[in-house]
Design a binder for this molecule. Structure first.
Ligand SMILES: Cc1ncc(COP(=O)(O)O)c(C=O)c1O
Length: 479
């Protein structure tokens, strides 16, 4: 089969073919979504790899419907469906329909956000959303700024680049800079220190307290030691919603420590940032207004398709550390508002339009209510699990994770770990549910991350019954 000619592939002079291809695609999508009755079919990596690797990419199929049939087989039939109520593993959200409509336009128009002359109104829509988000965080009008990024990892990297830049403006040599963050922070913080040329020792882990939040007394002690050793605390990173436990570090107390030591205060609210729109739980972020920068992942607790994230900053002057001017793109003398001036990316998707469309259809309260529902769900599930004699739980999350495991007093730690890993992989293979796993102080646990506002406590407790039944079955066999 030969490839279609140029005039069959581009629009807009091709409305007929455009409509047919889009309609075929939409039909397949809807059919597929209607067929799904479980979050995954449970293929192993070996089985998933074979048919994909057998495709000869030098031999095109030549038409859209054949290619759609192929991706259905290679991807759609066995992929993971985050909108299924029994997907309860990682920080993936089901996506809201207004955002999907915007995604289609974003891809079709192919706007790029680097310069005004590639985006026009898009530049101002993104800026307006950044300003709106930063206002919700309580940053001062006229000073606040920020940028959409590809995800929380990139937002954190940029925040720490700004923190490093501010310290270097004060003449501090790179090798003396330290970032302090909780032992339970996301790995992108330590990785950022490495990427920023500061070495692994520059990211210092502060122990957590009994509720798994950063121990601020320890932080104070470590900051004092840092200075006594002739080093400079360039930043403290609080996590507002740790990946595993969904807890929020004490923001106000950390802000106090930062002001005392002149350290940049960054908050990684990749997970908990959705609280900025929450009708009922916004107060959990009190103190956020005292930070210098915040990471917000719209593709987690704001129900947006991947990717959609932002870094917001208190003071736009700090964005200079991410700036570069090129004569062919954004010359220094340009009078246009060019977003590339403050971005780590050059060509960049108009992800902001998805959030724009979502807010214009649903409003912030409507969107925030989805995250509130997930938080309520996690609380109820946690409290029910805490009553079960063969289930061990970890302290209740402030957000929407539940860390737990099947337990039995007769088993030692190693066997319990093995048993829970086995339960998880059996659940995956059965396709009945997808749950995550993590270690707590070296001990193996399972984890629910609940973001789906449509999931009910009964559905999640059903997964727990599966976990218990699998646990009992494995014990039986071992006997
Ligand atoms: C607290 C936290 N920060 C940052 C990230 C990284 O975000 P992304 O996957 O969008 O890069 C995650 C991802 O789960 C996270 O939980």
């Amino acid at each position: 089969m030969t490839a279609p000619s140029f005039d069959q592939l581009f629009h807009p002079d091709n409305a007929g073919r455009y409509t047919t291809a889009m309609t075929d695609g939409l039909r397949l999508l809807l059919e597929q979504l209607a067929r799904i009755d479980r979050p995954v079919t449970g293929l192993s990596p070996e089985v998933a790899a074979k048919p994909v690797l057998d495709v000869d990419l030098d031999r095109p199929l030549g038409d859209t419907s054949a290619a759609l049939a192929e991706i259905r087989e290679l991807w759609l039939d066995d992929t993971v469906y985050f909108h299924d109520t029994k997907y309860a593993a990682h920080l993936n959200c089901p996506v809201v329909i207004p955002a999907l409509v915007a995604e289609l336009f974003m891809a079709a128009i192919n706007t790029s956000m680097d310069t005004f002359d590639q985006s026009v109104g898009g530049t101002f829509m993104e800026r307006h959303l950044i300003d709106w988000t930063a206002a919700r965080a309580g940053y001062p009008e006229g000073l606040r700024d920020g940028i959409f990024t590809s995800g929380g990892s990139q937002s954190n990297l940029q925040a720490l680049l700004l923190a490093r830049g501010e310290a270097q403006l004060r003449g501090v040599p790179l090798e003396k800079l330290r970032f302090f963050t909780s032992a339970d922070c996301h790995f992108s913080i330590a990785k950022s220190a490495r990427l920023l040329g500061m070495g692994d020792a520059a990211a210092v882990a502060v122990p957590t307290d009994g509720s798994r939040r950063m121990d601020v007394d320890e932080l104070e002690r470590m900051l004092a030691d840092c200075v006594a050793d002739g080093l400079v605390p360039a930043a403290v990173v609080a996590t507002a919603g740790t990946t595993d436990f969904g807890v929020i570090d004490p923001l106000d107390r950390i802000a106090n420590a930062c002001s005392r030591y002149g350290a940049w205060f960054h908050i990684d609210a990749a997970y908990g940032g959705g609280l900025l729109a929450s009708p009922r739980y916004r107060h959990l972020l009190d103190g956020i207004e005292r930070s210098d920068s915040v990471t917000i992942d719209f593709h987690k607790s704001w129900y947006q398709p991947v990717s959609s994230s932002a870094l917001i900053v208190r003071d736009l002057a700090s964005m200079q550390h991410a700036s570069w001017y090129a004569d062919y793109l954004n010359p220094k003398e340009s009078e246009n508002p060019n977003q590339v001036d403050k971005s780590l990316q050059t060509t960049r998707r108009f992800d902001a339009v998805k959030l724009w469309m979502t807010l214009r259809v649903m409003g912030p309260d409507g969107l925030g209510a989805c995250f509130d529902a997930a938080i309520d769900l996690a609380r109820e599930v946690h409290d029910r699990l805490a009553l079960m004699p063969d289930i061990e739980t970890i302290a209740r999350s402030q957000l929407s994770t539940v860390v737990f495991r099947y337990t039995n007093a007769a088993l030692d730690e190693e066997t319990l770990g093995e048993l829970n890993r086995r339960i998880r992989s059996e659940l995956w293979s059965s396709g009945r549910a997808v749950v995550a796993a993590t270690k707590v102080d070296g001990r193996q646990f399972l984890k629910f991350t609940l973001l789906n506002p449509l999931a009910t406590p009964e559905e999640i407790l059903d997964i727990v019954e599966d976990v218990r039944a699998l646990g009992r079955a494995v014990m039986e066999v071992a006997r």
